[in-house]
Design a protein around this ligand. Structure first.
Ligand code: ZN
Length: 264
């Protein structure tokens, strides 16, 4: 209801009506994974790309029972997510045997089960929650990227030899390419496509002409800062990274404008 909703946004009663977390049991996790796949086709798309098929085959991304303590940890991490970055509705959290933490539509976070023992669980949870917020608020994020970061969605061509090596990221696959200052499209590719690994990638800077280079374009580091290559693959990844490292707040014009927009 509208009255409750506005009360929740100001932090008073009724917050549970707006935001809800559900940690998935084993059967629910299988059902949810099936729903995720119907919506994004991630695994089907990976299987049609030889390096991606190889890369995901190294991990067992089958659902498992939530490990001990997972529900309490997840609730605690969710309660620490700022209200301005919480997606409305139900967030589902499921656990898989191994692999990388990631999100799938409409609003599921998948964690490899070992992560519940990881000190950075809350920070990773926030990072993934931001990806869900990005999924649910596409226009808000695109407006921000355009206005403050000079990034816009790119729907033109990518050279075939780059596309064939590109790592498919479930968090960004709906709009995988953005162009910076009208000239530079970051693309993350497998280091060795014939022995592809999700964790072994490098960044290319592709131009609309089809040329590409390995070094960041002029002005990039002054604006975004010196950031690890793979994070620069997509504005969604940079945003999630900048906003989830609370202990060492990243200091760059890009990170500062992001915090001003999303953490007030
Ligand atoms: Zn991410």
């Amino acid at each position: 209801m509208a009255v409750d909703a506005s009360a929740a946004i100001t932090g008073s009663h009724g917050e549970a009506n707006l935001y809800h977390l559900k940690v998935l049991g084993l059967e629910e996790a299988y059902e949810t994974m099936h729903e995720n796949e119907k919506e994004d086709g991630y695994r089907v798309k990976c299987r049609s790309s030889p390096p991606n098929a190889l890369a995901i085959s190294r991990y067992i991304q089958a659902p498992v029972m939530p490990p001990n303590g997972a529900t309490a940890l997840s609730n605690d991490a969710f309660s620490q997510v700022p209200a301005t970055l919480k997606p409305e509705g139900t967030v589902k959290v499921g656990f898989i045997e191994n692999g990388l933490p990631h999100t799938r539509p409409p609003a599921t976070i998948w964690f490899p089960e070992f992560m519940v023992k990881d000190k950075s669980f809350s920070a990773t949870f926030l990072h993934e929650c931001i990806h869900l917020h990005q999924r649910a608020n596409k226009k808000k994020w695109n407006d921000f990227y355009k206005r403050y970061w000079e990034f816009e969605p790119w729907t033109g061509a990518i050279p075939k030899e780059v596309e064939e090596r590109r790592r498919i990221n479930p968090d960004t696959m709906r709009q995988p390419f953005y162009i910076w200052r009208g000239q530079w499209i970051p693309v993350l590719v497998f280091e060795r496509p014939g022995a592809a690994d999700l964790k072994s990638c490098r960044l290319l800077w592709v131009e609309p002409s089809g040329a590409w280079q390995h070094v960041p374009p002029p002005g990039w580091e002054q604006f975004f800062g010196t950031v690890n290559g793979s994070i620069c693959e997509h504005p969604h990844e940079m945003a999630a990274y900048f906003l989830s490292d609370n202990e060492n707040p990243f200091d760059s014009p890009a990170a500062n404008s992001l915090r001003r927009e999303f953490l007030l």
